[in-house]
Ligand binder design. Sequence first.
Ligand code: ADP
Ligand code: ADP
Length: 226
Amino acid sequence: TPAIEIEKLGKVYTRGKEEVTAIQEISLKIPEGKFVSIVGPSGCGKSTFLHIVGGFIPKSSGKVRIRGKEVDKPGPDRGMMFQESALFPWKNVFDNVAWGLEIQGMEKSKRDEVVEHYLKLVNLWDFRKNLPSELSGGMKQRISLARVLAFNPDVLLMDEPFGALDAQTREKMQVELQRIWQESNKSVMFVTHDIDEAVFLSDIVVVFSGRPAVVKEIIEIDFQRP
Ligand code: ADP
Ligand code: ADP
């Protein structure tokens, strides 16, 4: 069973009387454990596509299956990370990561263990008592990454997670993400307009083009990683 299976997915937005087809019959099968990037020019429908896979916006036609199960709402099988980190400003780093686990009903001793594991994985354990406002943009995205990984979703969806960072921080985050991904071995769908970023990170690059979006090309990146 593929981790993600998209069948003839379509999306039409209604803008007053006007209809805008953002996505037209996209089909894709993503095997388990792969890092897949969706690339294409701004406005071509990448974000719409990812939000539909996440269940955040309704599709107009087609199907989305996660590990064989059809989905049309958000669920614990998918974790999403956005360009802006959306952390609770009044909670410290530790509590930001712990919050969702608490809501899930995980008991405190287990929760503390999970939070510690993921904060160490993203190298932020020493900052656990800090507030998000005391940290840099890259660090905030690492907290978001720890938070989403702590949920243990089957599939990680990332919508330009480094898009708001300066070039130098972005490069560091790409290296960090690659290391973390290799340790966690999750299926990832990563949206970016930066082809270099996509090639650096991915096993598979899916190129979207046009308006409405169609799949133009699927490129398997086949080189030996360090
Ligand atoms: P990107 O950063 O991918 O270029 P956009 O600027 O296209 O994003 O859009 C940002 C968000 O604004 C989208 O996720 C979408 O929800 C919303 N949006 C984009 N275009 C429109 C539009 N024409 N009408 C209403 N909302 C829009
Ligand atoms: P990308 O992520 O590739 O920049 P988007 O998915 O944000 O592309 O947008 C794809 C197309 O859909 C664009 O033409 C955009 O203007 C339109 N769009 C996005 N969100 C909305 C919305 N909420 N209402 C109407 N049109 C939208």
